[in-house]
Design a protein around this ligand. Sequence first.
Ligand SMILES: *[C@@H]1O[C@H](CO)[C@@H](O)[C@H](O)[C@H]1NC(C)=O
Ligand SMILES: *[C@@H]1O[C@H](CO)[C@@H](O)[C@H](O)[C@H]1NC(C)=O
Ligand SMILES: *[C@@H]1O[C@H](CO)[C@@H](O)[C@H](O)[C@H]1NC(C)=O
Ligand SMILES: *[C@@H]1O[C@H](CO)[C@@H](O)[C@H](O)[C@H]1NC(C)=O
Ligand SMILES: *[C@@H]1O[C@H](CO)[C@@H](O)[C@H](O)[C@H]1NC(C)=O
Ligand SMILES: *[C@@H]1O[C@H](CO)[C@@H](O)[C@H](O)[C@H]1NC(C)=O
Ligand SMILES: *[C@@H]1O[C@H](CO)[C@@H](O)[C@H](O)[C@H]1NC(C)=O
Ligand SMILES: *[C@@H]1O[C@H](CO)[C@@H](O)[C@H](O)[C@H]1NC(C)=O
Length: 491
Amino acid sequence: MPPPFFRRLTFLLTFHLTILNPSFPPASASPSDFSIIDYDAASDLFHRDYSPPTPPAPPHPPPLSCEDLKGIGSLNTTCQLNYSLNFTNDIYVPGDGNLFILQGVVLACPSSGCSIVVNITGEFRLNPSAKIVAGSVYIEAGNATLFTGSVINSTALGGEPSIITGTPTEAQGAGGGYGGRGASCVMDNKKLPEDVWGGDAYGWDWLMEPWSYGSKGGTTSKEDDYGGKGGGRIWIQVKDSVDVSGVLLADGGDGGTKGGGGSGGSIYVKTRKMSGSGRISASGGNGFAGGGGGRVSVNAFSRHDDPTLLVHGGRSFGCPTNAGAAGTFYDAVPRRLMINNQNMSTDTDTLLLAFPNQPLWTNVYILNRARATVPLLWSRIYGALRMSVKIYLMLNSKMLINGDGDAIVATSLLEASNLVVLKGSSMIHSNANLGVHGQGSLNLTGPGDLIEAQHLVLSLFYSISVRILIIIAFFWEAVTKLVSCVYSSMV
Ligand SMILES: *[C@@H]1O[C@H](CO)[C@@H](O)[C@H](O)[C@H]1NC(C)=O
Ligand SMILES: *[C@@H]1O[C@H](CO)[C@@H](O)[C@H](O)[C@H]1NC(C)=O
Ligand SMILES: *[C@@H]1O[C@H](CO)[C@@H](O)[C@H](O)[C@H]1NC(C)=O
Ligand SMILES: *[C@@H]1O[C@H](CO)[C@@H](O)[C@H](O)[C@H]1NC(C)=O
Ligand SMILES: *[C@@H]1O[C@H](CO)[C@@H](O)[C@H](O)[C@H]1NC(C)=O
Ligand SMILES: *[C@@H]1O[C@H](CO)[C@@H](O)[C@H](O)[C@H]1NC(C)=O
Ligand SMILES: *[C@@H]1O[C@H](CO)[C@@H](O)[C@H](O)[C@H]1NC(C)=O
Ligand SMILES: *[C@@H]1O[C@H](CO)[C@@H](O)[C@H](O)[C@H]1NC(C)=O
């Protein structure tokens, strides 16, 4: 078997790119035919490098009672906490009733990885100005209300992540990685900007139920550690309904001008009904080079308001145009993945690895200057991109298919059963061969929209609309072998 090479597909998105309804693989193919990395050598490689272990379930510390928490009432009925408490060790609060944390009360265990676990069957309330501050916050309840002004904050309180590739090793002040890679401000003349990064991404396999800490940023000094700390993790599992009008934070720590930002941590919310327009953020920390965004997943059967959801990379003081890479936000009920860098420009990638076959994701959005990269496995049979979706929309964005200049690479294939639209100077570029086909229409809507390849094959489209002709193919290829149907019109 030939050694595995990796080809790369980069979505370089200055603004907005949408893939709707990927049907991957197409029904006619066997799953392994089309899976980018569903291949022994590759899955070994990726799984060893990127998948975190199953979330460990450490034994809980002895349960605390309402009295231990200086509260009024009982955890079997209703316990109200009216005193702020500082803990130095993990705490576990179980009960069969309600827990109300009253206005302004702070429960804190402000050390890396310290955990606060609440497991009650009744209602959990975090009143205005009340706070929980810890490295890991796990709340299981029947119902939960996080009032406006309340905060659960695990920013910069991550413990040691079980995967260590997220922390940059050299003293270059690079950002930590997790959902997205951390940035690096150190130029390498032998490499492209996107091939230089700080801490690597990990935890892809768990992005639907993330429970990893973020990673520390690197330092610029051999003596002192200036790196920002990784974000912590928040897990909220509510049987009936949760109102998030408050703030959930698992951001990476700030590294200042002498250290890389830490990467964002994990936030997971699982419930039947979710409301509230609060803020949920697992963003990378700022620093000499910014940290990568973390991972957020929301699994709410019905969602009534739109909270602000942030997983962007941190700012890079040492190289302002290269922020940390965006992390991942997975919206479980519509099964869509969003990679959004909130318009922070970056040369640093978010890695997209194996897409599940069962059930398929419906939408993948790459937004607001995020860059996503898909490592492609070279195999003798395919060796190139196979992307199969219903609708492929690009707005001011780029897709670069990099066959490493190897023109004998098999033809990459982008298949959209309904529609391909390029708008706002969007570009699909392959430095090897590319086939674009679909049963609907292909629209290049304006100046600057471009499809470019060594050999370009456009096939099957019912209509091809090009406002200003700028399809460039170095060699047009007869379309006999690939498909029976041919182009219908070229405007
Ligand atoms: C709560 O109920 C459990 C059994 O349901 C009992 O063992 C425990 O003592 C009760 N705790 C309090 C504080 O009443
Ligand atoms: C909580 O404490 C505040 C002042 O510390 C007091 O005004 C308030 O009445 C207390 N609330 C309850 C429910 O005990
Ligand atoms: C908890 O600890 C922090 C920092 O050590 C301190 O600022 C705060 O006042 C303490 N709070 C309480 C209620 O003891
Ligand atoms: C919470 O309590 C329920 C019921 O006692 C139990 O099944 C579950 O495992 C607990 N969760 C955690 C994280 O301890
Ligand atoms: C959640 O709240 C609703 C409405 O108040 C109530 O009907 C339901 O029983 C609560 N669920 C639990 C598990 O306490
Ligand atoms: C969360 O914690 C971080 C780090 O301690 C702090 O800088 C930030 O102000 C806190 N945010 C809120 C809303 O409390
Ligand atoms: C990003 O920039 C675009 C175009 O300038 C703007 O429409 C959009 O609102 C911006 N988004 C954010 C999150 O800043
Ligand atoms: C694509 O082009 C066709 C033909 O010019 C036009 O009818 C259709 O509205 C266009 N669709 C989009 C999404 O631009």
